[in-house]
Design a protein around this ligand. Structure first.
Ligand code: BGC
Length: 383
């Protein structure tokens, strides 16, 4: 008898005799795969964890940077394709400056002049983006080793990654214990990301995932034909260093209006000052969702050739839509593929950039005794 069938009948037998009930189906009990992914320059072993389900989705994640290395999802013809950019080896992730697939912290996006104050005390964080601090500094969470644990259940495979960031790391106050859990449900094609954290001193926190998507498949040309919808009627305009001015500006009649699906490339080269500052889209949209409301659908991208659809759901108030403007063909990614200009886009769910310096933005302060807890889902389907 075929091995899977044997496993299935054993399972059935086990549940019939009532010894242990392992799961709903034989598929759900398939184990997460682990394999060596190489070593960091400092000699730490990196492991690749591959989560899969019976619906044809596979998510590969490494403990270095709690990074999503690949996301394979079916197209309209049920052909699986990898829809995120990445590297073949640890060195790529260690030396790379693009943040492919990584968990970003402590502070996703920019902090102006690398400074902010909490409780009247000023803190300085690394200026690694001109005069500003970007994505947690020089050695952000994307460059750290996380501790991984398989927390799969019959509802889906799940990988929990934890990291303790020391008081003063990259200039941020407080010892911060962070947990990121990636779940691939057994019955639907989505990657759920649960973020949680506690601190022992007042600090600021803004975690996100920096996956670069190309729904036609990574390395398969630019993303200008993808149709994008953002459920956001305002955005936060920026200065030329991409720091918000503090205004919440309506998107109506601007190339920033994605309230109805429109091709990313349709207006990207318009003569617009904000687009010039970003060299394309590299802005935060103010999501039309009420603070504290349950997780909701905030963005959708559709790729007409493959029919792949990505929906983004989140509990966050903002999203950075970045159209891969700094990709310039110099990065050789997976399988040696060249990632050209606008070869991918990011939809980074987040609090607004530079919130610690804008009292009118939703607060990013985390206090001892409180728990930071957010959720984002990348959901895939076809049309
Ligand atoms: C930023 C871009 C930056 C990219 C990669 C995005 O989140 O907004 O300006 O180039 O990350 O670093």
């Amino acid at each position: 008898m075929h091995r899977a069938r044997v496993a299935a009948s054993v399972l059935r037998l086990v549940s019939v005799v009532g010894v242990v009930v392992l799961g709903h189906t034989a598929e759900a009990s398939t184990k997460m795969q682990t394999q060596a992914f190489g070593k960091t320059a400092g000699g730490q072993a990196v492991t690749l964890y591959t989560l899969s389900n019976a619906k044809g989705m596979e998510a590969a994640i490494i403990d270095f940077g709690a990074t999503v290395v690949s996301l394979k999802v079916p197209d309209r013809k049920k052909q699986a394709g990898d829809v995120v950019l990445g590297y073949d080896d640890v060195a790529g992730y260690e030396n790379g400056k693009a943040y492919f697939g990584a968990t970003i912290g402590r502070y996703g996006n920019r902090i102006a002049h690398g400074a902010f104050a909490i409780d009247g005390k000023t803190y300085h964080v690394p200026k690694n983006d001109g005069d500003n601090s970007l994505h947690g500094g020089v050695q952000g969470f994307n460059k750290r080793m996380w501790k991984a644990k398989d927390v799969s259940t019959s509802a889906g495979q799940a990988l929990e990654l934890t990291y303790v960031s020391k008081d003063g790391e990259e200039g941020y106050p407080g010892t911060l214990s962070v947990k990121v859990t990636y779940t691939l449900p057994a019955d639907r094609n989505e990657l759920r990301i649960d973020y949680s954290a506690t601190t022992d001193k007042d600090t600021v926190l803004n975690l996100t995932n920096h996956s670069y998507f190309n729904l036609a498949g990574e390395g398969n040309g630019d993303i200008l034909q993808h149709q994008l919808t953002l459920h956001a009627s305002k955005f936060t305009p920026v200065d030329q260093t991409l720091i918000p001015t503090g205004e919440l500006q309506p998107v109506a009649n601007m190339p920033f209006d994605f309230t109805k699906a429109v091709a990313i490339g349709a207006r990207i080269n318009q003569d617009d000052q904000q687009l010039k500052f970003g060299r394309g889209y590299d802005h935060n949209w103010v999501l039309d969702r009420k603070p504290g409301s349950p997780i909701s659908l905030v963005a959708e991208a559709y790729e007409p050739q493959t029919g792949r659809v990505l929906q983004v759901l989140t509990t966050e108030p903002g999203i950075q839509f970045y159209s891969g403007n700094f990709l310039d063909g110099t990065i050789h990614g997976k399988g040696g593929k060249v990632y050209g200009h606008r070869g991918a886009f990011c939809l980074e769910t987040q609090h607004f950039p530079d919130s610690p310096n804008h009292a009118n933005f939703p607060s990013t302060v985390l206090k001892p005794g409180a728990r930071y807890s957010t959720r984002t889902i990348f959901r895939f389907s076809t049309r």
